[in-house]
Design a protein around this ligand. Structure first.
Ligand SMILES: [Zn+2]
Length: 434
């Protein structure tokens, strides 16, 4: 049997003895070698020893399957400079927040927790869920230090905390680097009053340097942003300028809005066809198979099987009107797919509106979309300025879905926010890839 030495990797201590208890866990008794500390009151270096604290038992990283405990009595130092000569106990830099765990132990637990559950990690580290919860609440800070970041693009997106529950959250993210999205905030709610405090916490100089704030059109982010930006810019003529220049409606929300109207038209027409061909089983089955291929965008057409394409072609043969509707949806989608200047895009969309208005004289599915477009025109067109999209945020939303699906049953927004910050913002620090 071979043995080897392991470096504890902890400063300011000297090992006195090591005992193994009946469970096979290691108990390492150490003495502290610190000769001084910093006075907790005046901040001066003090070196007059004044007794010791009672013994601390600090859990460190496990060795193989055994737990490792450090037993130590920290020295206390008395301050000769402060009036009432207060004492300060020595604390080494490797000690975790509650004095009972090393930082390395906490880091290890957090690393395990990424993509996992508190319950599972507690089980693997042979500890309680409370211990892991404590580490998360001490170490995962959901408050942003605005002095340390300088986002150029921000995205606001709403999500439901739990499926089927009308409890909405707003996720604010830094989308400056699409490959490296960070969470800036998790806000309980999606209404103006809910998001106001967060918007107010963003410093003025950061707001002034933003290229784009990309939002979802359905939530009440518009008035909240208008209010905040109005306070940042003092000159009246600048206010509207800036709001109109940086607030960008996400192109995917624009596409979805149009898609929903077009899909209603599809349903209306196919229902009529189903009635017309109710005795022709083959045609009926064909019509039934057209929903998904119809919803696909042309650029994904290669995903369509020959069968799907054939279904779609025969549907369009039965209803050339529906083909026209489909083509109109696609031509607008393709405008957003093309690299255009704002001016070019505006001209193309104006032309598109002309043909969309000709689609039908009454109950035209494009009418309400065109109205919305005209209302939010400059914010929709802003996409062509910075080409910022919450597309990356949609990717983030998939991560969020995975976290929710892990089945923690998040009842509490704070816990959910911490897990999101851990899995997305802290992961690169805890698990560097290079
Ligand atoms: Zn002092």
């Amino acid at each position: 049997m071979g043995t080897f030495k392991i470096e504890l990797g902890l400063s300011y201590i000297k090992i006195k003895r090591v005992k193994i208890d009946q469970d096979g866990n290691y108990h390492i008794s150490v003495s502290c070698t610190a000769k001084n500390t910093t006075c907790k009151d005046c901040g001066k270096k003090i070196s007059n020893v004044h007794g010791h604290c009672k013994e601390s038992v600090i859990e460190h990283l496990p060795v193989f399957h055994s737990k490792v405990f450090i037993h130590v009595k920290w020295p206390r130092f008395k301050c000769p400079y402060c009036d009432n000569h207060p004492t300060t106990s020595f604390k080494p830099p490797w000690l975790g927040g509650n004095g009972e765990l090393t930082l390395e132990y906490e880091n290890n637990a957090l690393k395990w927790l990424i993509n996992s559950t508190i319950k599972d990690v507690a089980l693997k580290l042979k500890t309680t869920e409370e211990v892991i919860e404590g580490i998360v609440s001490r170490r995962v800070n959901t408050e942003i230090d605005w002095n340390r970041i300088s986002p150029t693009k921000i995205g606001l997106d709403e999500i439901a905390l739990r499926k089927g529950h009308k409890h909405y959250l707003t996720i604010v993210s830094d989308t400056s680097e699409p490959e490296n999205i960070k969470i800036l905030g998790v806000i309980d709610g999606r209404k103006k009053d809910d998001i106001r405090p967060f918007l107010q916490s963003i410093p003025k100089d950061i707001l002034l340097s933003l290229e784009a704030i990309t939002i979802d059109m359905s939530a009440s982010y518009f008035p909240a942003l208008k209010e905040r930006l109005d306070h940042v810019y003092e000159k009246d003529d600048e206010k509207d300028d800036v709001f109109n220049r940086i607030v960008t409606i996400d192109r995917f929300h624009v596409a979805k809005l149009l898609g929903d109207h077009v899909d209603k038209e599809r349903k209306k027409i196919t229902d009529q066809l189903k009635e017309e061909y109710k005795d022709d089983e083959e045609t009926l089955n064909n019509i039934k198979g057209t929903m998904w291929p119809f919803r696909h965008h042309k650029k994904d057409v290669s995903d369509l099987s020959d069968e799907d394409q054939a279904h779609l072609d025969s549907l369009f043969e039965m209803s050339p009107l529906l083909k026209e509707c489909y083509d109109l949806r696609e031509s607008l989608y393709n405008i957003f797919e093309t690299e255009l200047s704002i001016k070019e895009a505006e001209k193309k969309i104006d032309e598109w509106i002309e043909s969309a208005e000709k689609y039908k004289k009454t109950s035209n599915p494009f009418t309400s979309f065109i109205k919305t477009y005209k209302t939010y025109k400059c914010n929709i067109l802003n996409y062509f300025r910075s080409r910022s999209s919450n597309g990356p945020v949609e990717g983030l939303n998939n991560k969020i879905k995975v976290i929710k699906r892990r089945g923690f049953g998040f009842r509490n927004v704070t816990n959910f926010a911490r897990r999101l910050f851990l899995d997305i913002n802290l992961k690169p620090q805890l698990m560097p890839t290079s």
